[in-house]
Each structure stands twice: as structure tokens, then as C-alpha cells.
Design a protein around this ligand. Structure first.
Ligand code: IPD
Ligand code: CA
Ligand code: CA
Ligand code: CA
Length: 259
């Protein structure tokens, strides 16, 4: 296999992500179509699709042997993670995009033979760009993110969707033991926030590879732990449960939700 120029891939991915953000900002000032997918709360817009098409076209021209696994269609053709795969959520937090016009992100993880090499999560309205490369640390707007510091569960801020708490008694104990609960509505941002120390853990019952790929590379670089809710390794190929936490509370959270 020819040597892979990761500097070039990283710089290119950053440029495209910034361009995609500009495209989203322009579309927000104009108008866009909203439609639904699996149910009436599962929203998608032509902006989500536009961002994915943009990456698809750029990738085919610049790196024709790389594959795109994007939420809005391109993932269907990707059944394994051999070679280089760009795992893209064109807009993570579409409901926020439509209803709140904030707290949504472009999320991109670039994987080689199943291993995360590059992670980019860009908060479009907050203009916060989280970046990372395997073994080179994680950054927020170019400033290095420090490794996660230790703190106990009773001082932790956890992110858990309210819907999950209603349906899952296991989460009640966690809610009681933690200092506070927040929900932002963008998995990619919530993982990035764990990396930035703003949250101490994030738990979800159902995430797809594109929700977590970008954030996972970022969080790993500062020492965060990510598994499914049983403690098993993530595959980045199937939907799964998800637990991301700082090391000092990971075991406590895992034990409580597996009681
Ligand atoms: C969703 C968001 C949300 C999470 C959902 C995801 P989307 O992604 O990350 O926070 O709770 O499970 O599907 O559909 O807006 O890209
Ligand atoms: Ca979606
Ligand atoms: Ca998503
Ligand atoms: Ca999405």
C-alpha cells in the first residue's frame, strides 16, 4: 500500500469542514427543506444532505480510494472498516439545528483499518473547533486540551437524555449520585465536552458510528474511556449503546448501570 500522507489528509479534512460550516451558515440565512425519516421526530434537512454530498464529491476527487460512511446515505455501502474510511455526521443535532439554531456540529472521524486517526467536531454556531490526531493530543480552537483530571461521581456533571432516564430505572441511581445532569442534543458535542472537562460522562442508549467517530478520537487523546453500556469495545460499524467517561468515574458509572 502507498504511504498515507496524514498531514495532507488532516489539513484537507479541516479545510472541508470549515467550508461545510460556511455552507451551513449561508443556508440558514436562506431557506431549507425539512423532512422526516423513521418517525415524525427524526428530522433531516437538505442542508444535512448538502454537507454529505459536498464531502462525497470532494473525497472522490481528492482521495478516490478512501470511502465515506455518512449518515445521510453514503453509509449504506460501507460494511467494513478496511482501508481509510471517513465517518461523517454532516449535522449532528439536526433537531437543534431546526428548532434552536444552535448546539449542532459537523462530526468527522477518519479511520484506518478500524482505528481512529483524525477526529474533528465543529460546533457551527459556537465556532468551537475540536480537533485531534492519534497520538498528538486534542485541541480546542488550536489550544491543547489537558488530560482529564480525577474527580468523584458526587462532583460529576453527567449528560443523559431525559427520555432514557424515564425508561431506564438503572439511570435513576446515577442521577441521584451525580452533582448535576445536562442534555445538549448533539452526541458529538457531548463527547467533545467530556474531552474538554465540561462534562464528566455521557451516556446514550442508541448511537450510530457517525455520532461518535469524531468525538472518540478527540476524547481518547485526553485519556477518556469509551465503551458500550456493558463495557464492551465499540465497533464503529453498528448502532450501539454508548458510555464515555473520565477514568476516575468510568467504573462507578458502569457498575451502577449494570446492577
Ligand atoms: C442525534 C443526536 C442526539 C442523539 C441521537 C442522535 P442526529 O444525531 O446526536 O443527541 O441523542 O441519538 O441520532 O440525528 O441529529 O445526527
Ligand atoms: Ca439523524
Ligand atoms: Ca448524529
Ligand atoms: Ca446527523
Amino acid at each position: 500500500m502507498a504511504t498515507i500522507n496524514w498531514d495532507e489528509i488532516y489539513e484537507t479534512a479541516l479545510d472541508w469542514t470549515k467550508e461545510a460550516r460556511e455552507y451551513i451558515l449561508v443556508k440558514m440565512k436562506e431557506s431549507f427543506q425539512i423532512s422526516t425519516k423513521a418517525d415524525q421526530d427524526d428530522l433531516v434537512t437538505d442542508v444535512d444532505k448538502g454537507v454529505e454530498n459536498f464531502f462525497q464529491e470532494k473525497l472522490a476527487a481528492a482521495f478516490p480510494d478512501h470511502r465515506l460512511m455518512g449518515e445521510e446515505g453514503s453509509a449504506q455501502a460501507v460494511k467494513d472498516l478496511t482501508g481509510v474510511v471517513w465517518i461523517l455526521d454532516p449535522i449532528d443535532g439536526t433537531m437543534n439545528f431546526v428548532h434552536q439554531e444552535r448546539f449542532f456540529a459537523i462530526s468527522l472521524g477518519i479511520f484506518q483499518e478500524g482505528e481512529g486517526m483524525i477526529g474533528i467536531v465543529y460546533d457551527v454556531m459556537g465556532d468551537e473547533l475540536f480537533t485531534s490526531r492519534k497520538g498528538r493530543g486534542a485541541f480546542l480552537n488550536g489550544a491543547p486540551l489537558p488530560r482529564l483530571i480525577e474527580s468523584p461521581l458526587n462532583e460529576a456533571i453527567l449528560s443523559i437524555n431525559a427520555g432514557w432516564i424515564i425508561n431506564d430505572r438503572r439511570l435513576e441511581e446515577l442521577v441521584r449520585k451525580a452533582r448535576g445532569i445536562r442534555t445538549y442534543g448533539s452526541a458529538a458535542l457531548e463527547i467533545a465536552y467530556v474531552a474538554a472537562g465540561r462534562l464528566d460522562a455521557y451516556i446514550s442508549h442508541n448511537l450510530a458510528p457517525w455520532d461518535i467517530a469524531g468525538g472518540s478520537v478527540i476524547l481518547k487523546e485526553v485519556g477518556g474511556i469509551m465503551t458500550n453500556d456493558k463495557g464492551s469495545e465499540l465497533t464503529f460499524l453498528e448502532k450501539d449503546t454508548f458510555l464515555a467517561a473520565k477514568p476516575s468515574i468510568y467504573q462507578d458509572v458502569l457498575s451502577i448501570i449494570n446492577k
